[in-house]
Design a protein around this ligand. Structure first.
Ligand SMILES: [Zn+2]
Length: 813
């Protein structure tokens, strides 16, 4: 073979592969084998050279076994709950009052804790997450951003928030803690947790009942940032309350980490136990309340009209119906409460409970088509003030219904009777059956396109959290990605089904700036230690899972595996290894390298198409090869020196005696020995039943060489264009990197002539440097702005020249 270097640096490539003697393959595979025999040494020469240059392999294809926990009787090797799986439970019976004047929460609960573990427990841990807003909280002492607050650049709102913390102490005061009989229980508050000491150990399988009472002042969300709080409307003097993390919640006791005692610093969300809740919410009698669960006393808290409309809404599937109309909400805004009302809610198998309360609410509802629980339609419902219109009345409830329909298809059927979306001061936060969402139109009723998509997107996202982590109950305090990442991924699928070309998706291209950051941390990092939480825990898992689905497993295998994971861990507590193992086991593909790269490392995708070597088959026929070689030599460029020297008078011309045989010998002449050798080769091939015509094949062989600059192991998708105008897409699995994670090559044989090669032609693999994706290289467009140089201050001109001169000077710049 001849090698024609198409581009790039020298490489020790030998087209000659040695002798063709001793051919022993069958005629069928002879053709390919013959070609490969010639090419394989080419490959290995290139690969071994690269390996020598780059040092030892870095283990990107090493199995995960030493990294992930050993399977157990609780979590088996296939990633499913094991035969001895257990989790504890906590049932709550709570009475709580929301005081709209003092703006406080005062509650009392009877908690029944079920120790379903095999272990005796000598104390119970209870979460008081509200304490992260106490005056002495660690969350106030540590900056919440990567670089802390830059005192030189503090914003007005940041300053206002600092001042607000001076006036506000959000500590949850425990006013009573007794056993069922009323005997006081010893306990200690440790920051955002409370340790309840038991007089005697609580045996595995036994229950413990205790009573606890508490109160705390509700935070003003505008000044004290949290996932809960109130919003005050100056114009009408009313308040919207969106209340969460408002009661002492049992910490989780687990088979993999004992008590989850990671303190709350404000980022890592909540790790909770499932249980049944009965909650009596006492609020001003003109408030509307939405909460986790089913309303138990509609006759006591709703008007007959409202109850009738709710009944009608159960068969409305095309358009939400108003249960409380905008006019009625307007009238309520101007009312004064005459007393209090108690709303009673019951919720089974939930891991938390949240509620919203205000007199400002408009209420609409519709049934979710195809979704039923206990024979009744699942209701999608929204609460919003008039300030949320005209966006909320159009989109919120539809977005809830859409979420339930699409998520149920990718995971499991929605198991709860209702899903609420409530507009208040919280940008977006999820609880079982209820979520709080922020986007609103401008005051004049118009809105930018971005706000519309922000609203639909956030409703999809927060309602989607019912699946992850409200039902697939992953440990949020440890792993943000397990709920946010998986949820953002299904959110993305759901938005894709809202309309074509959904406008505000987190797309692959938007991730590249983040992926090339040097101070990134792996996705497998504890929630409280991730500064760039959005791209790390939401964006990166989303793009990774999409690549897994579209380019590694394929949709069928991925969707089956993802659904298997969701179903296996419904109402249970999965860990990362349960996810990794289930996806591999259910898809039938070993993906250890994928988890290693996308979840455990900070490598990024950056593949360079280094060069393309053009190889043509050596026909071995001297009558063809010798003239070809001569022509190539003749066509080599001549140096300027030599060209100039041609005109000099040459001695050999002046003295013809100096000429001999070689002065007229044609290098293309086929020598008898060469002819004989070729004839014996043909004879040999015939004896081996190999068609000698193979040697005349007109194929081009291209060796496309890549290097992995970013380090992340990735499938290689190529668009190959030919000089005849045609093109094709090649998909090389990530295993192309398995022997050498730095360099790889692909051999292409084709009758066509190659024009260009593009890596990641659709820009969907999050490649951080587009420029090296093209062979031959092509310039990549990027924008730059021209800045005027800052001129030094010139007091002399300012003080001595008239103003108009200054303006003239400005113009010249
Ligand atoms: Zn989320």
């Amino acid at each position: 073979m001849h090698e024609t270097k198409a581009r790039g640096r020298n490489a020790p490539l030998l087209a000659r592969s040695g002798e063709q003697d001793g051919l022993a393959f069958s005629a069928e595979i002879g053709r390919i084998a013959l070609l490969m025999k010639q090419l394989i040494p080419v490959f290995f020469a290139a690969l071994s050279l690269a390996a020598a240059e780059s040092g030892a392999p870095v283990g990107k294809f090493q199995q995960l076994d030493p990294t992930i926990p050993t399977p157990s009787a609780q979590r088996n090797a296939s990633g499913a709950p094991g035969t001895a799986y257990w989790q504890n439970r906590a049932d709550y019976d709570i009475s709580v009052e929301l005081d709209d004047v003092k703006r406080t929460i005062t509650g009392e609960a009877t908690v029944t804790y079920h120790n379903l573990s095999p272990d005796p427990l000598t104390y119970l841990w209870v979460q008081l997450d509200q304490n992260f807003l106490s005056h002495t909280a660690d969350s106030r002492a540590v900056p919440n951003t990567k670089r802390g607050i830059d005192p030189a650049k503090i914003t007005y709102s940041a300053l206002d928030r600092l001042l607000a913390y001076e006036d506000y102490d959000g500590e949850m005061k425990i006013t009573k803690l007794t056993d069922a009989k009323g005997n006081e229980l010893p306990h200690a508050v440790v920051k955002t947790m409370l340790r309840l000491d038991l007089n005697e150990p609580l045996a595995g399988g036994a229950d413990f009942v205790f009573k606890i009472a508490w109160s705390y002042p509700i935070n003003d969300c505008e000044r004290i940032n949290a996932r809960t709080g109130y919003e005050f409307f100056k114009e009408d003097g009313n308040t919207i309350y969106t209340i969460a993390q408002w009661f002492p919640r049992m910490a989780a006791y687990t088979d993999y980490a004992g008590w989850i005692n990671k303190q709350f610093l404000g980022t890592g969300e909540f790790t909770l136990e499932f249980g049944n809740y009965t909650v009596r919410l006492t609020v001003p009698d003109d408030h509307l309340v939405a909460a986790t669960g089913t309303l138990q006393n509609p006759d006591a808290v709703l008007t007959k009209t409202q109850r009738d409309r709710l009944k009608q809404a159960e068969s409305a599937m095309k358009k939400p119906l108003f249960i409380v109309t905008p006019d009625e909400a307007k009238a309520a805004e101007e009312s004064k409460p005459k007393g209090k009302k108690t709303w009673v809610f019951q919720a089974d198998d939930v891991r938390d409970f949240a509620f919203a309360s205000s007199r400002k609410f408009v209420w609409d509802a519709m049934a979710v088509e195809g979704a039923k629980v206990n024979g009744k339609p699942v209701m999608a419902m929204s609460l919003y003030p008039k300030e949320g219109m005209p966006l909320w009345d159009k989109y919120s409830t539809h977005a809830i219904a859409h979420t339930i329909q699409v998520y149920s298809r990718y995971t499991f059927e929605y198991p709860y009777p209702v899903a609420w979306s409530v507009n208040g001061p919280i940008g977006g936060m999820e609880y079982p059956m209820i979520c709080f969402n922020g986007p609103r139109p401008e005051k004049d009723g118009t809105y930018p396109e971005k706000t519309k998509y922000a609203l639909i997107g956030v409703v999809i996202h927060e309602v989607g959290h019912n699946y992850f982590p409200m039902i697939v109950n992953s440990d949020e305090r440890q792993w943000t990605w397990m709920d946010e990442g998986l949820n953002s991924f299904v959110e993305f699928l759901t938005e894709e089904e809202w309309e074509n070309d959904w406008k505000h998706r987190r797309n692959e291209r938007g991730m590249t700036d983040y992926m090339r950051l040097k101070d990134r941390v792996p996705v497998m990092t504890n929630s409280e230690s991730i500064a760039d939480l959005g791209p790390n825990a939401y964006g990166q898992p989303t793009v990774a899972l999409n690549i897994l689905r579209e380019h590694i497993l394929g949709r069928e295998a991925f969707d089956h595996a993802f659904k298997t994971y969701a179903k296996r861990w419904m109402f249970k507590r999965p860990t990362p290894s349960d996810f990794f193992r289930t996806i591999e086991e259910a898809s039938g593909v070993d993906l250890d390298w994928f988890w290693r790269g996308w979840f455990y490392s900070t490598y990024h995708v950056d593949i360079s198409v280094d060069e393309v070597k053009w190889l043509q088959l050596d026909s071995r026929d001297p009558a063809i090869e010798k003239p070809k070689k001569k022509k190539e030599e003749d066509e080599l460029p001549k140096t300027l020196t030599r060209e100039r020297n041609y005109s000099l008078s040459k001695r050999i011309d002046r003295y013809p005696d100096l000429k001999d045989f070689y002065d007229s010998y044609d290098k293309a002449t086929v020598l008898p020995s060469e002819k004989k050798k070729f004839e014996s080769l043909i004879k040999e091939l015939k004896e081996e039943k190999i068609d000698p015509a193979l040697l005349q094949t007109k194929h081009n062989f291209y060796l496309i060489e890549f290097s992995n600059v970013g380090g992340l192991v990735t499938p290689v998708i190529l668009k190959v264009e030919y000089t005849d105008g045609s093109s094709e897409e090649l998909k090389l699995p990530a295993e192309i990197w398995r022997f050498n994670t730095e360099k790889a090559a692909k051999l292409l044989f084709t009758k066509k002539e190659l024009k260009s090669v593009t890596f990641d032609p659709r820009q969907e693999l999050v490649d951080t440097d587009i420029e090296n994706n093209f062979w031959p290289r092509r310039p990549v467009k990027s924008k730059f702005q021209l800045y005027k140089d800052d001129k030094p201050v010139n007091p002399m001109r300012e003080l001595t020249k008239p103003e108009k001169d200054e303006k003239a000077e400005e113009k010249k710049n």
